[in-house]
Design a protein around this ligand. Structure first.
Ligand SMILES: O=C(O)CCC(=O)C(=O)O
Ligand SMILES: [Fe+2]
Length: 208
């Protein structure tokens, strides 16, 4: 797949990549529909910060509600996204010898007025999250809706390298250990799926 090749070479050169061609429009649409249904059924919960004992809900730092996806679920779009990330994982392993073993993925819905303060996805003292993948689901999103993802330059932390508008079908992939990033406050509910390619075999550690 050309989209995967483009992502691999951008990752190699810059440590991050943006691609509008990785996830087919129909899959994005079905993921959005499934996510909205499950949101309405009350299946999401507030995202937490930190790991295990230190878990805390701090809306001023991150304002999303999340729902972990399961590969063996009754939800066809969820199953399909795992097939696609499986291919991506193979490609990443072949190209970078990362030894990735699994993917964890969750829906995220940011309430209007919230974002996610600048952070790195690899938590302190844990290195199993290697590569982050975020794919946006909102079919309509304009500059006025805010909620951009801002990536910062690892070599010059004060420098923004990119601002990415979260429009449906757009996928951002970056090194979890390297690229600090931030979600600017959004003006309407902002939907995405976010995931991490991991090199350990434990199932979810409930870190988020
Ligand atoms: O939704 C985004 O653009 C990024 C989300 C994020 O940084 C995270 O969940 O760690
Ligand atoms: Fe993040």
């Amino acid at each position: 797949m050309n989209a995967i090749n483009d992502i691999l070479s951008a990752l190699e050169t810059h440590g991050w990549a943006v691609c509008d061609a990785l996830i087919p429009a129909s899959l994005t649409h079905r993921l959005f529909t499934e996510g909205q249904q499950r949101w309405e059924q009350g299946q999401f919960h507030d995202a937490r910060i930190g790991r295990e004992q230190q878990l805390a809900r701090v809306t001023s730092i991150r304002g999303d509600s999340i729902l972990w996806l399961e590969p063996e679920s009754q939800y066809p779009a969820s199953q399909e996204i795992f097939q696609l990330t499986g291919l991506m994982q193979q490609a990443l392993n072949r190209y970078f010898f990362l030894g990735l073993k699994q993917m964890e993925l969750h829906y995220a819905r940011y309430a209007s007025g919230t974002g996610y303060a600048r952070h790195l996805d690899q938590h302190k003292n844990t290195t199993f999250r290697k590569i982050t993948l975020v794919s946006y689901l909102n079919p309509e999103w304009s500059q006025a809706d805010g909620g951009e993802l801002v990536l910062y330059d690892p070599e010059n932390p004060r420098l923004e390298i990119q601002r990415i508008l979260p429009v449906a079908g757009r996928t951002v992939i970056f090194r979890s250990d390297l690229i600090e990033h931030e979600v600017l406050p959004c003006q309407k509910p902002r939907w995405s799926i976010t995931g991490w390619f991991r090199d350990d075999e434990r199932l979810y550690d409930m870190a988020a």
